[in-house]
Design a protein around this ligand. Sequence first.
Ligand code: GLU
Length: 502
Amino acid sequence: MNKKVRVRFAPSPTGGLHLGGVRTALFNYLFARKHNGTFVLRVEDTDQNRFVEGAEAYIVNCLDWCGITPDESPAKPGNYGPYRQSERKPSYRKFAEQLISDGYAYYAFDTPEELDAKRKEIPNFQYGQATRMQMRNSLTLTISEVEELLAAKTPHVIRIKVPEDEIVHFNDLIRGDVSFETAIVDDKVLLKADGMPTYHLAVVVDDKAMEISHAFRGEEWLPSAPVHILLWKYLGWEADMPAWAHLPLILKPDGHGKLSKRDGDRLGFPVYAMNWTDPKTGDLTKGFKELGFMPEAFINMLALLGWNDGSEQEIFTLAELEAKFAIERISKAGAKFDFEKAKWYNHEWIKQSTAETLQKPVKNELLKAGIEVNDETFLNTVIELIKDRCTLLPDFVAQSGYFFAAPAEYDSASVKPKWTNEKAAFFEAYAENINLTNVIDAEANFKTLAEAKGFKPGELMLPFRIMLVGGKFGPGVFDIAILLGAAETQSRIAKAIAVFNS
Ligand code: GLU
């Protein structure tokens, strides 16, 4: 690679960050790390109508949570700022005007009413080669008419003049040679009446100004590519054009169409990285983070949506992904999203994480449930004991609550039908003679006593578990008892006997 690698994630701050957006950011990040390059966050906020308060800060938080913090961004400017397009507004007009003087663009003065009328007159109206000569623009008006309209500050836009019957080719790093017939490409607006550029002009001007070497973006931007390729050429910058890579779509679970936020709502899984509250409606959309995903698992899952390293390996740390990521192994085909598989990744990550790594998020979950833990050594032991049973972080609460408080309720239905005075007597005796030195001795002690009283130890294990835990779940019952300690175990036995006897 001869050019210095500079890549950009260029979201529009219009709402929650879809997991497809995070994957685009991730692939940019991985490519930058792999090639000692720079990962830039550029905020594409030129569409004032779609601007949403708080969306930019939210995007930044999502990237931070995922551990893929940009090297250059509005908050951490490098030498290519500003990093918000709205702040670059003065830089665009001259390029739009240069395109006009070179014959590649034109002023269009059509009012919204005139455009509406045309849309009614011509079904599927496109402002382009077939219609542009019927419209009010600098191609159809005389020079002096145009000058007058401009002098009178008549609202106008600048449109690209897409060439007639040409084929625009480019090489996509994922798709190979891609070509478009210009006959189907409309004359996109480049500069709007408010003086703001549209995405099409801004993306090209900024990729050039920021010396972007590779542009990774979702496949949904492929139809816009011919306009961008033409602009690179018309502005005389072809030699500096980034290499293109359009990432495969993330599909609905059934494979039919792009995964949308609505699919998540309909099928009951998150699509956004983090909780997003719409500032206008107050509506909350849940995110992966708050549902209890570890960021390591979330990005691991995303990396494998459309990419693999050629082996069967599925679990990758971010460092491994940074080392192994290769564009050649991104697939062309869309990747189906599978929420069960996403949970599988999280479960695997919880299992392989140390108690130290899990401690902070677990403490947080417990706190949300009103359980404050100060003894971190004890918490680490608990985490180690139960982590294999937890798929999402909140599962730690259900799986560990009984370590921090005696059960308030018991699954009595599982005990009472077979509860006898003899069993009560056994547990009273057991509590008095309890030995919790280690699991082997604890188990032997329990069995010996059970057999001496004429019980099969098996029929006493379930009541014992329910006494300590409240229900039929959890790790080995002697592991639990040892961790609770003799005094607490004795007190729980006594309390439960009273409940089962009543
Ligand atoms: N602003 C576009 C978006 O919201 C960026 C597309 C691109 O990367 O060119 O996704």
